[in-house]
Design a binder for this molecule. Sequence first.
Ligand SMILES: Cc1cc2nc3c(=O)[nH]c(=O)nc-3n(C[C@H](O)[C@H](O)[C@H](O)COP(=O)(O)OP(=O)(O)OC[C@H]3O[C@@H](n4cnc5c(N)ncnc54)[C@H](O)[C@@H]3O)c2cc1C
Length: 428
Amino acid sequence: MNAKDLPPTASPVAKRPVMPICGDDYPLSDKQRHLMALARQLGAERFAPRAAQLDREAQFPFENYEDMRQAGLLGLCVPESHGGLGADYATYALVSAEIGRYCGATALTFNMHVCTTLWSGLLSEDLEMSAEQRALHRAHRAVHFARVVKEGAVYAQPFSEGGAAAAGAMPFGTTAVKVPGGWRVNGKKIFASLSDAADYFGVLCTEKKADADLSRRDTLYLAIPRSAPGLSVEGEWDPLGMRATVSRNLVFKDVFVPDDAALMPQGLYFQAASRWPHMFMTLSPTYMGIAQAAYDFTVAYLRGEIAGTGPVKRRQFATKQVAVAEMFIKLEQTRNLFLRAIEDARVDPAKSTRLRAYAAQFTIMENAQDLARLAIRTCGGQSMLKSLPLERLYRDARCGSLMLPWTAELCMDRIGREALYEAGEKDE
Ligand SMILES: Cc1cc2nc3c(=O)[nH]c(=O)nc-3n(C[C@H](O)[C@H](O)[C@H](O)COP(=O)(O)OP(=O)(O)OC[C@H]3O[C@@H](n4cnc5c(N)ncnc54)[C@H](O)[C@@H]3O)c2cc1C
């Protein structure tokens, strides 16, 4: 499918044209408009009809990925010079939010894949490297970009280990030792989204140096192929929400990867984490999409447009109008912080920009849950039926605030600390 000349997207629930996630008055480039329309069309026509069954069976959305592969979206943030679509951070966020309106699990896993290319591409260009390091990095990432663009490869992004490492407080316990021609990796990751689907796992791990303690400064980012000897995928997957992400555990036992497995040079992830904070906000577009979907459903339901719930209209009741107004206000607060924060994303942001990013992540994740709750309260009993998307949106929305490293708790923690202490300040 081509992004050009797309017709307006019909809503999967109501036969009215769907507004872009940013509203119809937000300035977009032609590229953004086309890519968002493409995402909406795939979402409405392909992803939404498949979502209920995938959720029920906790199955990965392979067909959605095939659709995205055909449409070129797997290369969304691969630079045009490498055959990709060359989207920047804000464009990624807008496209991802459009997908999130139709299938949360597809959007959340798309985040893991696309951000692998974003981190090693556009974001790494902003960071300091020696000329030699940069040349080597560009040669390595060209290998990964070619896999995505030419072979349609999918990358996962497992960093969680069930300890303080994914929160950024400790070095990753998964380690890599330098060996001739590459690295030998040992350890375990939990919650690896795309565990049934990824061709490569972009694993955050710590370089284990002889006679030295593990250090966060020595974090490595290595792409391990699914087929690598010593890699196994383990565990049950039967969660409350985001069931189609299929996020099982990974175990690495003496897994060898060659030098060009590096998605970032040694030490660069540590630099990125402190200088490019918005790299950790990329899960929030999924939940912006879910928040919008909960609102859209409510409006369609109250207008009597949802098939199977009777032709009865409920919009004439003053209580329903007040409830929709409350939802709209919350949605607009969320959307505006989202749009501002994705425009803000850059290297070395000002303190206000950094704090706004935490506030945006917190707001989107918490408000998505609240909007799903309000949607069910407003629409009523029939809206909870599993034949309709709202109860899935409600369950999927619960997961956003739990996602490390910027859980809702950690956003509060950082805002409180950074608001009260300037850099380097300590109490006696
Ligand atoms: C559907 C789904 C998909 C996921 N996909 C991925 C994936 O693809 N890749 C990946 O790496 N992870 C993924 N995760 C994992 C996710 O990012 C979290 O790592 C995971 O949910 C944390 O589990 P936990 O709450 O049991 O963490 P725990 O191990 O209990 O620890 C973290 C908890 O402690 C709190 N905390 C930690 N440090 C501090 C502190 N200094 N101050 C205050 N509070 C603190 C955090 O807020 C958090 O609640 C996924 C999770 C879900 C639910």
